[in-house]
Design a protein around this ligand. Structure first.
Ligand code: TRP
Ligand code: SF4
Length: 328
């Protein structure tokens, strides 16, 4: 039997997960669980690179993130689910890789330059923030991952990872494969204001939202911007609400809505109500599982521990090879 390819990806625990995360990453990860040997982890040390002044929420976010993951269908039976800081070898490999990573590779990293501008309220002139991709490289090559499912914004980091792996192999002998990015399609659904769905824009629908909150949030969604009144014909093709219908509403109802919208026979208020109820129904099983895991903190802790143990054993073996190759 040919060994399954190994896949690895991670998320920073910066807050609760929303539908953008679900359609942009998690559903893809869930699909991969049966085909590949998957490692998924919560990158809590990476959260420190930008939030080192406010660390109070990180550990709660880690637990919540694992609950979200389990609730949408990531399975500890199929995949190795773990937390970065529970596998100290990541720090050791990060240190060793930092010895061979030229600073200009990091300084010209596009996400580095972007983030410094975008997060101007934070002092990001730290060694750790510059070294973000080196830690990410350690995360990835520690498990000799072949593929890294990521959004387009993370591709430069995987590219730097390949360069670091190549340099290591060149200097000390071949230990690491060079991982490929597996590009995740960006979801068509946008936030309530039609910008990318994001916690920082305050335009997100969260997996943990109650039905009432979902109804209220959906009611605020911007629709076809050309349509001011019910008597104006609308255009579903440019309407974000309709993108949600494409996911959550059955095709017969959706075709009717399409016709009625174009013919000015249905108003946006009613159309949104239909969508909100379908969305609420679709999220119901996730909400139930969230309740289940939220009521069982020990179980969640156990799942994190057991996944981290598995990861640690792989990491231990890699570090043996790494130290031997370097000769210390
Ligand atoms: N940098 C990634 C993000 O912000 C998170 C991350 C950390 C990651 N280490 C990783 C993703 C390794 C893939 C592989 O989304
Ligand atoms: Fe969008 Fe529905 Fe309004 Fe048409 S009726 S513009 S599809 S919200």
């Amino acid at each position: 039997m040919v060994a399954k390819k190994r896949i690895l990806s991670g998320m920073r625990p910066t807050g609760p997960l929303h539908l953008g995360n679900l359609h942009g990453a998690l559903l893809n990860w869930i699909d991969m669980q049966d085909k590949y040997d998957c490692f998924f982890f919560i990158a809590d040390w990476h959260a420190l690179t930008s939030d080192y002044e406010n660390t109070g929420k990180i550990s709660g976010f880690v637990r919540e993130m694992m609950i979200d993951w389990l609730s949408v269908g990531l399975s500890p039976e199929k995949s190795t689910l773990f937390v970065q800081s529970h596998v100290k070898q990541h720090a050791e490999l990060f240190l060793l890789l930092s010895m061979i990573t030229p600073v200009p590779w990091l300084e010209r990293n596009p996400t580095y330059k972007d983030q410094i501008v975008q997060l101007s309220s934070k002092d990001l002139s730290t060694f750790g923030f510059l070294g973000y991709p080196v830690l990410q490289a350690a995360d990835i090559i520690m498990y000799k991952a072949n593929g890294v499912p990521v959004g387009i914004d993370q591709v430069p980091h995987v590219e730097i990872t390949r360069e670091i792996a190549r340099r290591f192999n060149h200097l000390y002998g071949k230990v690491f494969p060079e991982p490929d990015s597996i590009l995740t399609q960006t979801p068509k659904i946008l936030g309530t204001d039609r910008r990318k769905m994001s916690k920082s824009y305050n335009n997100a629908i969260y997996l943990a939202d109650s039905p009432d909150i979902i109804r209220k949030t959906v009611a605020t969604m911007i629709t076809d911007p050309q349509r001011a009144r019910k008597s104006d014909p609308g255009n579903p093709e440019v309407c974000n609400v309709f993108e949600f219908h494409k996911i959550y509403t059955d095709s017969q109802t959706r075709q009717n809505i399409d016709k009625q919208c174009r013919g000015a026979q249905i108003g946006c208020v009613e159309c949104k109500k239909i969508m909100a109820e379908n969305l609420i129904k679709a999220l119901e099983p996730i909400r139930e599982k969230r309740h289940y895991y939220t009521a069982k903190p020990d179980l969640v802790e156990e799942i994190i521990e057991s996944g981290s143990n598995t990861a640690r054993e792989v990491a231990r073996q890699t570090m043996e090879q790494v130290l031997k190759a370097i000769g210390i």
